[in-house]
Design a protein around this ligand. Sequence first.
Ligand SMILES: [Mg+2]
Length: 367
Amino acid sequence: MRITSIKAYPVNIPYKKPFVITGGASAVGDHVLVRLETDTDVVGYGEAAPMTSYSDETQNDILNAINKYLAPAVIGCDPFDLEEIHSRMARALPGHHFSRAAIDLALYDVQGKALGLPAYKLMGGCVRDRIPMAWVVGMGTIDEMVAEAVEHVRRYGFKTVKLKIGRDPRKDLEVVRLVRQALGPDVKIRVDANQGYDVATAIRTLRKMEEYDLELIEQPVPRHNLLGMAEVAAALDTPIEADESMFDQFEAMTLIRLKACDIINIKIMKPGGLYPSKKVAALCEAAGISCLVGSMVEFGLGTAAGLHFAASTPAVEHACEPVGGFLYAGDVVQEDFSLSAVVDGCLPVPQKPGLGVTLKPEYQTIW
Ligand SMILES: [Mg+2]
């Protein structure tokens, strides 16, 4: 089996309401879909999900990277030769992990469809068939954030809530205090500062916040300040999670060696797709670091891929966050990843071959 063509296409879908984090607000998901054709009748689809307040790549960067560099480097390869394909992509264009991820996802879609197996069967098989999810509360007023957390726990059964913090320590403390008061002791609360504090502010603020029983504290200080992450981790009792500080297995290794985190957030976009994400998970397993599958707020293709990864990765021990289906006003796939698909706070793992999703008719004709 050989790859005969890779096409990339921009797709923009608005959020139901702007999603606000420390770095800025997103009103529209400006993503890229990939169609990977082979010399058989099997076709695979992938997605890259950049976010300008977070990632190094934009939608236009990704279109250019795939069309000009990555596709020419891998056309002719066997779609099962993942090591060779990833090595060719890395040589053709260093960095650009999200661009590579779109192709990696399409490769798993092709492999699964060719074999008649869901993608998780190609990544170690099933360790869980439904994925506990966290509800992620973006920044808003204190009242808005508390009301949103309470509503989603009550209506949909989420057992974990994540609160975006990092711009205003006093407000952050008040939000966490009131959410804990409203939800009681049994719901897990995690916070994500998205790099918003300096080390001193992080230690001072988060020590007070620990009083409200946090499950974990995500990326308290800037991405490159790994020693600062280690200082915060040493100063607090609550587990510290690395998100922006971990974009690939090499950064994961450095975080582990520096004792800079207790948990790693594996968003499948960051290391360049599912295959390199498995390498990160293996390092974590060996180091005694637990993981969760975070979200670049992907559309349905990326969301499905995240669910397959969580389904097949034992190191994923915490509620996950492939929340794109909850937050967008539409989707590119026919399958439902919206709040109405949530049962008891969990999303089911797709079971059809490949990524287990089918593009809506209007996205099947764009190529
Ligand atoms: Mg994060």
